[in-house]
Write a protein that binds this ligand. Structure first.
Ligand SMILES: *Cc1c(COP(=O)(O)O)cnc(C)c1O
Length: 795
């Protein structure tokens, strides 16, 4: 690695001259990419060497998503080269920020779960812990979102640049994965064995991505599998062309639409592909005896998508490595641990037994055996039918992946205190009683190096000037900012940076869209996947109420506010797509109304992803975290916004609870029902939204306008939404909470009227945010679950 700007420039010029005389930004990007890879390679090889020598325990994080975002700038940052490169390029006539814009972020994730995996990778490497990721290399990633006439459209994201992946491909480590086939009982040297014949094989080829830790010392590996046709004999009864097509599909897209049977099979194929390839990779390349697996390897499964790791590890240990069931079970249940991310009924993965039986016949027999043995172990207890049902892995021809994951792992965690409590006391009460020491909480976190140090370099700079640089290695030192929460010059600097970040956001957005936003307006930001429980609908309905008030009450002239939305709807989620359309139509109305737009402006940012988030989050004044209490397991967007000095308007849900605990409720705008209340209503089915409509004139009027299509283009678009509110009895309690939400917004306006006090509240939030660094989360996992040893890199 170079040590000075001059050295960097020299090397850069040599390269640029050997390639092309036209000095385009594209060329600068290619050269910088190449140089960065070379610098990283050294540390990567050294890290791998150290891991081999030391024989230390390794962690493998299995996840169907890794939402890593752009890597070039972050890697430069982590190897402490960003500023040298920036200045060097500047002197050569290039702008690093423009160069960075050329990278298409890999769309290997969908939302918080995938971003968490990426933040964890960053923290593992930065804490110099031996932890790696296993995922899939989706060709098209998550779709790119565009709006056409206000509706979401979906296109594949073309992120792969083959020329960047020449040495990332590890053909030598390719593995064949079996699907289908017939299970046979055969006599082997060590007794009767299961054998599968006529399997259809698919080749898994790994592509390695470096995960560069802070200061560049440790470089871990994110290994992504790509599906290709196998060279193994092909069973004769299928058309080879069909096989080729089906194979390519396995890693073609993230989360294919699973509303159809064919989509379901594909998803199951993906999940098994990830589990089998990764486990075989671990077992094939180990340097210890199989009995020692739990001492040498920890496997964390990120939600239930990789839960097939449990029966697949059993299969490999028994069929390929000739262990007994008891030995294999002991090893498996001391190696795998599981993170639960949701209690939403529709997100609890369940597979039709017949589907697994046909696609993965041997794995199915193992799941049956696990279920049978677990049920036998319950026989000594007196258990009522309901409890027995809940404890069943297989129930009425359905395999419940969450139960399989709990039974097959040694630790199970929820992702925020409230969520873990709900898991233990309600959703998984029966399992928690069977395995009292298995359940624990690990509140999620975010990589502050990306979300503050990189995304908000100006604010990080100010913090470092104020309290020194140690907070970057120990983010809980951000609490030293408490001493400056009333320091006027510091508050002024903070405000100036906030305005600058708002202007940068607007500049970025204006590249693609023509928007007229005043950076002196309050930036109220609601960014996350579009979903019923995240209640974008409540936000837009509240905006309608505001519009009406501005029109009716000439004394109501609130401080200008810009409401930003960002988020994608799952392609098959009709309701969410209608909400997107509704927001876009209301936006057109409001933004073109001469009176309204003096006070309100709406911007729905297309294609919300990590890159967009990096622009939006530092610019936020207000962070919308308004999920129906009990539904958001943790949330991490809430943490990113807090750390960038936005004030939260939020329910007592997920990690919001802990955010309010840290920052103090007086430095946030808390509203709405509590989780207990929501769950009580759900249990009794006693909530009737019509009662609210009839008792609150403001809500009644807003509903009438909505039903009449006053804010939308006719009624078709809102029919479905109205149906959910009335016929489906408002399952996310939008009408129940909207009044209290509206009051919280008025409290925001009152607070914003005192800018110094507002800035003070923002700083108190930043000061309290250090605990939400994923470094803390990872250290806790390591202490309590994985037991990893820090391996300092030697230079
Ligand atoms: C952090 C993040 C999320 C998660 O946001 P929540 O508000 O926690 O749902 C989703 N998408 C992207 C791109 C993110 O960076």
């Amino acid at each position: 690695m170079f040590s000075s700007k001059e050295e960097f420039k020299k090397s850069f010029i040599t390269r640029i001259e050997s390639k092309d005389m036209r000095k385009t930004t594209e060329l600068a990007y290619e050269i910088l990419w190449e140089m960065t890879c070379e610098w990283i390679k050294e540390s990567w090889d050294r890290t791998n060497g150290l891991y081999k020598e030391n024989d230390e325990k390794q962690l493998y994080y299995f996840s169907i998503e890794f939402l890593i975002g752009r890597v070039l700038g972050q890697n430069l940052m982590n190897i402490n080269a960003y500023h040298i490169v920036k200045e060097g390029l500047d002197e050569l006539g290039f702008q690093l920020s423009e160069v960075e814009e050329l990278e298409v972020e890999p769309g290997l994730g969908n939302g918080g779960l995938g971003r968490l995996a990426a933040c964890f990778m960053d923290s593992l490497a930065s804490l110099q812990l031996p932890g790696h990721g296993y995922g899939l290399r989706y060709k098209g990633g998550l779709f790119t979102q565009h709006f056409v006439n206000g509706y979401q459209t979906e296109q594949p994201t073309e992120w792969i640049q083959e020329e960047h992946n020449a040495d990332a491909r590890r053909e030598d480590l390719a593995i064949d994965i079996p699907y289908y086939g017939d299970v046979q009982l055969v006599m082997g040297i060590d007794g009767l064995k299961m054998k599968v014949e006529n399997s259809e094989w698919v080749k898994a080829v790994p592509y390695d991505m470096p995960i560069v830790g802070a200061n560049g010392g440790t470089v871990n590996t994110l290994r992504l599998w790509q599906a290709e046709v196998s060279n193994l004999p092909f069973p004769g009864d299928k058309d080879y062309l069909v096989y080729e097509q089906e194979t390519a599909k396995i890693t073609d897209r993230l989360y294919p639409d699973d509303s159809l049977e064919s989509g379901k099979i594909l998803r199951l194929k993906q999940q098994y592909f990830l589990c089998s390839a990764s486990l075989q990779d671990i077992l094939n390349n180990r340097s210890f005896s199989m009995e020692k697996l739990p001492e040498n390897v920890a496997i964390q499964i990120n939600d239930t998508h990789p839960a097939l790791a449990v029966p697949e590890l059993m299969r490999l240990l028994i069929d390929d490595h000739h262990l007994t069931w008891e030995q294999a079970w002991d090893i498996t249940t001391r190696t795998i641990s599981y993170t639960n991310h949701t209690i939403l009924e529709e997100a609890m993965e369940k597979w039709d037994s017949r589907l697994i039986q046909s696609l993965l016949p041997r794995v199915y027999t193992i799941i049956e055996e696990i279920d049978k043995r677990f049920k036998e172990s319950l026989e000594t207890q007196t258990i009522d039918e309901e409890t027995f049902r809940k404890l069943s892995i297989i129930e009425n021809g359905v395999i419940k992946m969450a139960v399989l994951a709990v039974v097959g792992s040694y630790k199970v965690n929820g992702v925020a205190k409230l969520h873990t409590e709900i898991l233990k006391k309600r959703e998984m009460k029966e399992l928690n009683e069977q395995f009292p020491n298995k359940f624990h909480n690990k509140t999620n976190g975010i990589a502050h190096r990306r979300w503050l140090v990189k995304a908000n370099q100006e604010l990080s700079g100010l913090i470092t000037e104020t309290i020194g640089p140690r907070w970057i290695e120990e983010p809980e030192r951000l609490n030293e900012l408490h001493y400056f929460a009333q320091n006027h010059s510091f508050l002024q600097d903070f405000q100036a940076i906030k305005t600058l970040k708002k202007e940068q956001l607007l500049y970025h957005l204006q590249r693609n869209e023509n928007i007229i936003v005043d950076s002196a307006s309050i930036f109220d930001i609601h960014i996350k996947r579009v979903h019923g429980y995240k209640r974008q609908l409540m936000n837009i309905m509240h905006i309608q109420m505001l519009c009406d008030r501005i029109k009716q009450d000439s004394t109501y002239r609130p401080h200008p506010r810009t409401f930003f939305f960002g988020g994608k709807a799952a392609p098959s989620y009709h309701f969410a797509k209608q909400v997107i359309k509704m927001i876009n139509t209301v936006a057109v109305k409001v933004n073109n109304d001469p009176l309204l737009r003096k006070h309100l402006y709406i911007v729905f940012v297309e294609n919300y992803n990590v890159t967009q988030a990096e622009y939006l989050i530092p610019a936020a004044d207000v962070s919308e975290q308004i999920s129906t209490a009990s539904k958001e397991a943790s949330g991490t967007g809430n943490m990113k916004l807090m750390m960038n000095g936005a004030l939260t308007i939020g329910t007592l849900d997920g990690a919001n609870v802990e955010i309010f605990e840290q920052a103090g409720q007086e430095n946030a705008f808390v509203f709405g029902m509590r989780a207990e209340e929501v769950m009580q209503y759900e249990k009794e089915q006693s909530y009737d939204p019509k009662e609210i409509i009839n008792s609150d004139p403001e809500i009644k009027k807003m509903m009438k306008q909505l039903v009449d299509g006053e804010w939308t283009e006719g009624k078709e678009n809102v029919d479905f939404i109205v149906g959910q509110l009335l016929e489906d009895r408002d399952p996310y309690f939008v009408l129940k909470d909207i009044h209290s939400y509206s009051n919280a917004h008025e409290r925001i306006l009152a607070a914003y009227a005192n800018p110094v006090k507002w800035a003070e509240m923002c700083v108190k939030n930043i000061a309290a945010s250090g605990i939400f660094s994923s470094d803390r989360t990872i250290q806790q996992y390591s202490n309590d679950v994985w037991h990893l040893t820090k391996i300092p890199s030697v230079y």
